[in-house]
Ligand binder design. Sequence first.
Ligand code: HEM
Length: 439
Amino acid sequence: MTRKLNSLPEPPGNKGLPFIGETIGFFTDPDFNSKRLAKYGKVYQTNIFGNPTVTMVGAEANTFLFRNENKYVVSQWPKSTSILLGDLSLAVRNGSFHTSRRKLLYQAFQPRALASYIPTMENITDEYLQRWQQMETLTWYPELRNYTFDIASNLLVGTDGGSQTPLGELFETWCGGLFTIPINLPWTKFGKALRCRKQLLKYIEAIIIKRQQEDSLREDALGLLIDAKDEEGNSLTLAELKDQVLLLLFAGHETLTSAIASFCLLTAQHPEVMQRLRQEQQELNLSSPFTLENLKQMTYLEQVLKEVMRLIPPVGGGFRKVIEPFAFNGYRIPKDWSIQYQIAQTHKDREIYSEYDRFLPDRFAPDREEDKKSFSYIPFGGGLRECLGKEFARLEMRIFAAKLLQNYQWELLPNQSLDLIAVPTPHPRDGLKVKFRCV
Ligand code: HEM
């Protein structure tokens, strides 16, 4: 078996320059992956973030990787990301520690917890919608960032108006360093982000200590974490609590901001879709307070949100590390190399998606369901590391979209660049400038 594996070639591709490899191209060229896919096929090598890396594209590759977690591969984030997330973060840990923390954190995302989040999500959404109506014209992306951050900080750590506290600003600089070459100098993005991490942790520590001193325990994610005991009956240390909170705040808002902004953009660009969405809201005639059940009735909205995340997935792909060499598609994938699975390219597979580059929500209608093949639609990843906050994200998107469609109109303003910047998550270059008013 080993001899057979050794006789196989490495995947085709280019290692790039010494040390930095092809990292600069990876960041600056929006077609980095599609060009290599066209040249080499669905498995190719490159060198990014200082690691030899194999990119594996498509439903078969995703199935292989998600089913062989902990056998051939384990999760691995780029060095900059894992340093900034912290050693104890669930996202950077593997094996039994990961399993135990995932189980624990999942309690904050189970249906009963989700249902209890609806009133807060609705209130914060109403406040922002009224604010935007008063503004009349606005640059939406930074507003949406504040909106999702306020929801995340309220529901996950019980802090009101998080975007207006130092947390909001620190977070922005910290996020700027997540996917960079990890050189810690005062002027590098990574260096600045590392300093922000220290300040963020101090801030989070103060929130935790205040909460630990409260008499009654609140049932948000932080409450669960403070109260939690691991398998040996030990509480989580303060250092770990801080890393897990930082992860949740990050994961709970950057990605969602991108998804919501893309929904606003694509519906503004497709009046026929907007029209059908409004019609569905009128026919259902549901108003606040929403429930998990009545939100499920918005089936066309669901198709549209699904198509938004197919066409502009908030997370473009994920990273793994090879722990045991393996063969895939006739190539040898060596131990210790990095693997990148590709969400964005999987969603553009012409064999799966007809007219893959068009925004066509009907591709997910019950009689078509173009994503039937396993792991051909993976905005939330898959397998053991599938997004923990998937249902939280879907809930917030539906509440936001339903309220927006029921009561408001939005139009794109002229003279703005709608080109998408990919890092940290896709968003229009000029921040999505719109005219906003009541229906
Ligand atoms: C539209 C919104 C979102 C998208 C597209 C998204 C996407 C993803 C993806 C692709 C992964 C897997 C990364 C990998 O394979 O290595 C992931 C992991 C994760 N997500 Fe999300 N996410 C979203 C929202 C959220 C929210 C709202 C939360 C929490 C409040 C959250 C918490 C997490 C956590 C904790 C992980 C790590 C899971 C693990 O390593 O076991 N995400 N997310």
